[in-house]
Design a binder for this molecule. Structure first.
Ligand SMILES: [Zn+2]
Length: 196
């Protein structure tokens, strides 16, 4: 996890066991209960991009413990993302299975998720699945958006052959967060996770 421009704590799970230790696998050794909970939460995959864990996607913000409850904070990828409910259910189910009976999933909306938070591992897994990972996200800020008239957008590279000779077929792929492209070199259609 180096050399990537990432948001605060992107792809990193922070937290500290505090108060009463959580019960569950590994409980008894100080801090190991929450470490186990963190490991379990880190294996839960995204409902829309199942080749990625929520940690790969930068969606998993924090796993901590308070008064015997495991508190998982997530930042959904896109506003109104229908996957949020499934994501929440999957996290709760995985932690229950691992022996953590009390689980709370909190949604953190600020700062908003950015595709820049997808970890290098996540980008590699996307490419291996034939999905072009996002390029750098457009800059967001309180100031005016600089106009780049005539500037060409960065081409989306084919995840199979690496060619930049690709064209957009549809702004929407299997889900709203993906677009559909075709490579002019190998002729294969492929999906691309949009920058956000
Ligand atoms: Zn190609």
């Amino acid at each position: 996890m180096t050399g990537q421009a990432t948001g605060p704590a992107a792809g990193r799970i922070t937290g500290r066991a505090a108060g009463r230790p959580v019960t569950g696998r590994g409980a008894g050794v100080p801090g190991s209960g929450i470490a186990a909970a963190r490991a379990v939460a880190g294996t839960v995959t995204d409902p829309e991009l199942p080749m990625l864990t929520l940690a790969d996607l930068g969606v998993l913000r924090e796993v901590r413990e308070a008064d015997g409850t495991v508190i998982v904070s997530v930042t959904p990828t896109y506003l109104g993302c229908p996957a949020l409910g499934a994501m929440r259910d999957d996290l709760v189910a995985a932690l229950h299975r691992a022996g953590f009976p009390r689980v709370e999933v909190r949604t953190v909306l600020a700062p908003a998720w950015s595709s820049d938070w997808i970890t290098p591992d996540g980008r590699r897994k996307l490419a291996e699945a034939g999905i072009a990972p996002p390029g750098p996200a457009p800059r967001r800020g309180p100031g005016p958006v600089p106009l780049a008239l005539g500037a060409k957008p960065t081409p989306v590279r084919c995840p199979r052959c690496g060619s930049a000779q690709t064209r957009l077929l549809s702004a929407f792929g299997a889900t709203a967060c993906r677009s559909l492209h075709r490579c002019g070199a190998c002729q294969e259609p492929f999906e691309h996770v949009k920058e956000a």
